[in-house]
Write a protein that binds this ligand. Structure first.
Ligand code: NCD
Ligand code: ZN
Length: 345
């Protein structure tokens, strides 16, 4: 008999949908597996107003295939000059679920990001006051800091001082990639949590650099040494409610990744649950999968758990070499590989 796993319908707590044709073609992959997703605001131009957030949410809703119930949870892109009242209003009106802090220049479409957290002190104070979550891309951007050290340095230079200053601020340290980040989150209060992507549980930096450069394994924060991957796997599968699912699925056309200056981002949405579940199975932690995928995130955000359930079956799932979106070829994470579990709806 096929082994099956039935869990509450999961949510994705960090995701990039883009806009236009790309958005219309990638939304169905996420809506098939997840009930809700925290949608990143790094469009061009970024989502910095309540009106833009509301309009983007409508465009996403319109792209959800009929028969699927999916709700996008919108985020506001923080800039040096954002008015705290815009954030307060967006939260009060139910448009913005969280704000996103991109250090300026850290990653794709982060040029308008924050140059110094001191510049957004007023916004952060309001957020702490109203209990709104801050999603943090935790990397410093100084050119003298090695790219493999940027997350660990961010903890000491930015995150620890920020939480000392605003100890009740709810922070999601996003897509963590290091044992230092795991330790920091574990040692912090209940107002600090982290998301972990499938790629950082599956690959270390060798997968990107050994035997030729593999642009489809390049994302930010960049994959680190093996000891960090092992620390992330331990944290994700531990059952600790501070760690939950956030795919950071970030679609880029194949040609934009296979280029002299390839884009950062891994498109993992089509087989996200299969990818995570392979890790939990390998770690002998299937009993902790529902917590990571479906329970810890809503608990941290103060939202209800989804009422529906989904089923995964222990049978092979072959990931295609290539998909197509917005008339472009796009290479999914695990392209050409076989995963041991299949999403059955
Ligand atoms: C993301 C993107 O492409 O928007 N890229 C990535 O490598 N993760 C941006 C981000 O989340 O850093
Ligand atoms: Zn992201």
């Amino acid at each position: 008999m096929t082994k099956i796993l039935k869990i509450r319908r999961p949510d994705d707590w960090h995701l990039h949908f883009r806009d236009g044709d790309m958005m219309r073609d990638v939304v169905p992959y996420t809506a098939r597996q997840f009930a809700r997703a925290i949608v990143m605001p790094n469009l061009t131009p970024p989502i910095t107003t309540v009106e833009a957030g509301r309009a983007y949410r409508e465009r996403i809703r319109a792209a959800v295939p009929s028969g699927l119930a999916f709700e996008p949870l919108m985020t506001c892109y923080l800039t040096d000059n954002l008015d705290p009242e815009e954030v307060r209003r967006g939260f009060a009106e139910g448009v913005f679920t969280a704000c996103k802090l991109y250090p300026a220049g850290a990653t794709t479409n982060s040029d308008s990001g924050v140059t110094d957290v001191a510049n957004i002190r007023g916004v952060l104070e309001v957020m702490a006051d109203i209990g709104m979550v801050l999603c943090v891309h935790g990397e410093v951007t100084h050119s003298d800091i090695d790219i493999f050290d940027r997350e660990a340095v961010f903890i000491e230079q930015v995150l620890r001082p920020l939480l000392a200053d605003l100890p009740t601020l709810k922070v999601v340290f996003e897509h963590i990639t290091t044992e230092e980040a795991v330790a920091f989150v574990q040692a912090s209060g209940p107002n600090v949590a982290a998301t972990i992507t499938p790629q950082h549980l599956h690959i270390n930096r060798n997968a990107m650099l050994v035997g030729g450069m593999r642009p489809h394994n390049y994302c930010l924060p960049v994959a680190k040494r093996e000891k960090h991957r092992l620390a992330l796997r331990k944290a994700a599968t531990s059952g600790n409610p501070k760690f939950f699912l956030g795919t950071d699925s970030a679609p880029h056309a194949r040609h934009a990744k296979e280029s002299a200056c390839g884009c950062a981002g891994i498109f993992n949405a089509p087989f996200a649950l299969e990818s995570y579940l392979a890790v939990f199975d390998e770690e002998g932690a299937l009993d902790h999968f529902e917590g990571f995928a479906s329970l810890h995130g809503p608990a941290f955000y103060g939202l209800t758990v989804n009422a529906e359930t989904v089923t995964l079956e222990k049978r092979d799932c072959v990931v295609p070499e290539m998909l197509s979106a917005a008339g472009e070829e796009i290479v999914p994470f695990h392209a050409g590989q076989t995963l041991g579990w299949t999403y059955a709806g």
